[in-house]
Write a protein of this length. Structure first.
Length: 629
């Protein structure tokens, strides 16, 4: 976020004040040192040597304190590293000061060289300047609120993160309201020890017993690398106890600051229960691919398009075009991007429908994007079973409109956001996404533009996905409805999906269908149970779960590859390539699109299905689609 003028003024005022304090303390240190050595340096006060030596001290020492970042620290959180930096800065300052003074004495600028006074100044400077840095920390700890009545809190994890968190809570002048009752840690060697006065009173397996005995109301999970199974176990143990609030420290890689404070604590999220790790990306490669490029994102108001827009801005494109046909969604993402940019580039919102051929052509010829991320699509399986013509006109014809216009205006790279439902599609939505993949692959062979697709499963929290639906049902008191006891799906977080899309696109040469590593598929009923526990309730007892039949076009298990596709690895462990043994010619695709346009215009579903089966032979229309024939 941009720094406010008032904040900047306060920061500058604090810096000036601290420098003035240091100037006074260093002067005082030298004055006292000379006074204590007055018998051997009786004339120093009266000679010109005193102001020269004092000026040298101040001119040398203050910049060194600045260099060692001792003016950039929060006095409430001064740590050992800061004190070590202070010692090194004063040692180095004393060495330089003494060396310059010796040189001045050699060249008769100084009459005397008060060695003892210089050494005493070193000692006094350490004490006075050091005291100016730690006084606030000591004062806060002496007057800490540990005796106040607050939220009875257990902290799971007495490692480095837990230690830093407690140090922050004890050292902060802001009352976070936590009374630290104790730590829980599975390390037997830590049992009975105290961390900043807070005892380790058991392991996490003692959680239920301790929470009941000590009337614990708040639980903090201070294990940033905790596995999903460990978090599930902690949540399960916290049930049927007085614990009403559970908070967690996020993965250290996701913290904006290197320090851990109470402000980093957040509520548990569904992704914490899925064990998805923070994704590592080749930042240099992505930066090279996107910096100073004109980039367009279609479907920017949707979940993936929204996240792609935010992530791409990190790599400083020259212009970002965000396109969506939904006015409110486009307004929201445009507003969010412009409000939270640290290094803004021009962001151009485009309210348009990719089905509008002429308009899309005009827009692309005017904007001339170097790279297009095509995330605009209809995605809800059941809705598209009811509305096949909308699926065809958007997911297939709209994609072809965009590809053709991009090819004509000189776009160098086109990335299609695909779906695992494109593999052996049983839904109309999945068949249209597979058709779109074939468009990209065939046009790539006949074009200078590099086209590729990125295929992945469900993203957590996207609009219309099961997680927000379950959360709404839980908030209403249930029941939670789950389609099929054995239904499994692949899941990843939106941010993980977006980053891997960027990584895949930066390594693509054209014609690839990249497949993201989704981990292991998860049973939908397990997600429902986890979300109920996350809400502090017991599945089946507090919130009932009702199983319903699969809807038209749905299947129990989604796949990421077909049997005909080979698998090739890339240099990124979470990105694979689906290798195709056959391909559809560009002429065939063009003829099929032309025929499909005609059949959509005539509302001939039979003709549309004939074309669909020609391009996607593995597609088997659902009973609902067959009924429309």
């Amino acid at each position: 976020m941009k720094t406010l003028p008032l904040q900047t003024l306060n920061m500058r005022s604090s810096l000036v004040l601290l420098i003035l304090v240091d100037l006074a303390l260093l002067s005082l240190s030298f004055l006292v040192a000379v006074y204590l050595q007055r018998q051997s340096n009786s004339l120093l006060f009266e000679s010109s040597d005193f102001p020269i030596l004092l000026a040298l001290l101040l001119v040398i020492q203050v910049p060194l304190l600045y260099f060692y970042r001792l003016y950039n620290i929060n006095l409430e959180f001064v740590g050992l590293k800061d004190l070590v930096n202070l010692v090194w800065s004063v040692i180095l300052g004393t060495i330089i000061w003494s060396t310059v003074a010796l040189a001045f004495k050699t060249f008769n600028v100084l009459d005397t060289l008060p060695v003892a006074a210089l050494l005493l100044t070193f000692v006094f400077s350490l004490f006075t300047v050091g005291s100016s840095r730690i006084w606030k920390r000591i004062y806060i700890q002496l007057t800490s609120n540990s005796s106040k009545i607050g939220k009875q809190t257990l902290i799971v994890g007495a490692g480095t993160s837990g230690e830093e968190l407690v140090r922050s809570l004890l050292g902060s002048s802001v009352d976070a309201g936590y009374t630290q009752v104790g730590f829980l840690d599975d390390d037997i060697k830590k049992q009975g020890i105290r961390v900043h006065g807070v005892p380790v009173i058991g392991t996490r397996h003692d959680l239920r017993e301790i929470a009941i005995a000590k009337n614990i109301s708040h639980l903090i999970i201070a294990m940033p690398s905790a596995s999903a199974d460990a978090i599930r176990e902690i949540i399960s143990l916290a049930q049927s106890t007085p614990i009403s609030n559970i908070r967690i420290l996020p993965a250290l890689e996701s913290l904006l600051s290197s320090s851990i404070t109470a402000a980093n604590l957040r509520e548990l999220k569904p992704e914490d229960l899925l064990g998805r790790q923070v994704v590592a990306i080749d930042t240099e490669n992505i930066t090279q691919a996107f910096t100073a490029k004109r980039i367009m994102i279609t479907g920017a108001g949707g979940s993936i398009g929204n996240e792609l827009s935010k992530q791409i801005l990190r790599f400083q494109p020259s212009e970002l075009f965000i396109l969506d046909h939904e006015e409110t969604a486009l307004f929201e993402i445009d507003k969010e991007l412009n409000e939270h940019l640290e290094r803004p580039c021009p962001i151009i919102p485009i309210l348009e429908d990719i089905r509008n051929t002429q308009s899309i052509t005009n827009i692309l010829h005017k904007s001339k994007p170097d790279i297009i991320f095509h995330a605009a699509a209809y995605k809800h399986v059941e809705m598209l079973e009811h509305n096949p013509y909308s699926a065809l006109s958007t997911n297939i014809l709209g994609t072809m409109n965009l590809v053709t216009a991009a090819q004509d205006c000189g776009t160098s790279q086109f990335i299609l956001i695909s779906s695992d439902k494109a593999v052996y599609p049983t839904s109309f939505m999945g068949a249209t996404k597979r058709f779109a993949e074939e468009i990209c692959r065939s046009v790539n062979h006949a074009s200078q533009m590099n086209l590729m697709a990125v295929r992945f499963g469900n993203v957590l929290g996207s609009r219309g996905s099961v997680i927000p639906i379950f959360q709404k049902q839980i908030a209403q008191g249930g029941p939670v409805t789950v389609r099929g006891k054995n239904v499994r799906r692949y899941f990843m977080s939106i941010s993980e999906a977006a980053l891997l899309v960027l990584q895949a696109s930066s390594m693509g040469k054209g014609g690839e269908v990249f497949v993201l590593d989704m981990g292991n598929p998860i049973k939908i009923v397990d997600i429902a149970r986890d979300l109920i526990r996350l809400s502090g309730m017991d599945p089946d007892h507090d919130i009932p779960i009702i199983f319903t039949e699969l809807r038209s076009g749905e299947k129990e298990f989604e796949e990421l590859f077909t049997a005909e596709e080979g698998t090739a690895r890339t240099h990124h462990q979470k990105i694979h390539i689906a290798e195709h043994t056959s391909s559809i010619s560009h002429d065939t695709i063009v003829d099929s699109i032309s025929a499909l346009e005609k059949f959509v215009h005539e509302l001939s579903l039979e003709g549309c299905l004939t074309i669909m089966k020609d391009i996607v032979p593995s597609y088997e229309p659902s009973p609902m689609i067959r009924k429309k024939l």
